[in-house]
Design a protein around this ligand. Sequence first.
Ligand code: GAF
Length: 390
Amino acid sequence: MTTTNPVAETIRNKYLQAFGSEAKYRIFRSPGRINLIGEHTDYNNGFVLPASVDKAVYFVIAPREDDRVILHAADLDETYSFALNDLSKPEQHWPHYQLGIIEQIQKKGLMIGGFQAAFGGDVPVGAGLSSSAALECCLLFALNELYGLGLDRFTIVKMSQKAENEYVGVQCGIMDQFASAFGKEEAVIRLDCRSLEYQYFPFPMHDYLLVLCDTSVKHSLASSEYNTRRLECEKGVSVLQQYHADIQSLRDASPELVEEHKDELGDVVYRRCKFITEEIRRVQEACDMLVEGRMDDFGKKMYATHDGLQHEYEVSCPELDYLVDLTRNNPDVIGARMMGGGFGGCTINLLRKEAADAFEETMKSAYKSKYDIELPCYRVKITEGTGEVL
Ligand code: GAF
């Protein structure tokens, strides 16, 4: 088997070093994701607009005759091994994702045998590109192929999300796993997180460029505040339900309705509900703008999202705000905002293509002067979702 992908090549070599070439192995790939607009709307049953990118996780994997699983983390040069009938949680964190996937397979009553795998890739960890969702989707997709489990992509997405919720213990929504599994070259995905109906929208990559600026910080509040936001949204739903019994999630409410019940919601919950209902509407409007080629208006929506995340949803941080503010008067930047759960990670910037070098230079030197931190910038292309590397 040959591949021209240098990252897959590296992982393949690590596999060969760890396990030799005796067993017939296969290579699978699952990408990280960006999100153009629609933040924190997935767990409110709303809409999101993500895409999968050219940074991915790879598994080089082969079945074994026994019931053992041997995992080699190529980037860390660490190996972890266990029997299929013992999915207890190890102290080190990285095998939790794989164990979570196997647990979901077993919960469904499906059978797999032992396997050996090397995995790794080039999705920056902790930058908010969802390396964990990519990892989960990649392994489940691979095992589905290896053992003929008969799972369709929707089921792979839902089981991967459950692995994260139940074994890893992160209460994420469905966006990241969906984007990794359903990505399509040069297209963004408008996903209805309630019905899982989705539509691809071509993204004009010939004129524009997407650059991620990585704050390289992750504030410790990230996961606790994520769960708090979920609870605040649920609180909002329970208040609104007292007046409108048909409201099951914030997806069913509008900004106008939230405004009407401002006093009953109370200041904090009101601001959370305001942001979410406005953000769900913004995704719909942004898609119309994409279709009509109104990219400048699309960019303004990105800034509006950032402002809402900063002031109303309160999940931004000074480093993210600084990077977004730096772009506000730059005529080559069409739109910018923080991306993902918040409290660190990347900003996503939509630029005129020819401006990329100057943009990166300005951002890097300003960030270095302000925080004394090097600013990694990633120019991302939108690529296919999860699949086998042939
Ligand atoms: C994280 C979660 F994993 C997603 O499900 C989503 O809620 C996102 O934060 C915010 O939009 O990436």
